[in-house]
Design a protein around this ligand. Structure first.
Ligand code: FES
Length: 103
């Protein structure tokens, strides 16, 4: 089944260089404002399930506060241990000031 874009929130409500977990249809996704580009990823750290809500985005990376793993928000890849596996990513777009995520 093709992914469907779901309206999740106003782009103005996601501060630059911050993350937020939102509901997108039946899924929870992590939104990241990456220097004005909106990214969407799976919301839990692959190391030990840390919740990535409200984290800082620093130089395109989100940092898990639990043990310091880092992920590139552009493609979900791991950039620092202890995580080994990357995060899933979802397509996003912004229309009329709203963030839409393909789930
Ligand atoms: S749960 Fe994220 S680094 Fe351990």
């Amino acid at each position: 089944m093709a992914a469907e874009f779901v309206d999740v929130m106003a782009v103005d409500d996601l501060p630059e260089n911050k993350t937020m977990i939102v509901e997108a249809g039946s899924k929870r996704v992590l939104l990241a404002n990456d220097e004005g580009e909106i990214r969407a990823l799976s919301p839990y750290c692959t190391h030990d399930g840390g919740d990535l809500d409200g984290e800082e985005v620093d130089d395109h990376e989100v940092i898990c506060h639990r043990h310091g793993a880092r992920f590139d928000v552009r493609d979900g890849s791991v950039t620092r241990m202890p995580a080994v596996f990357g995060l899933s990513t979802f397509k996003t777009k912004v229309e009329n000031g709203r963030i839409l995520v393909a789930v």
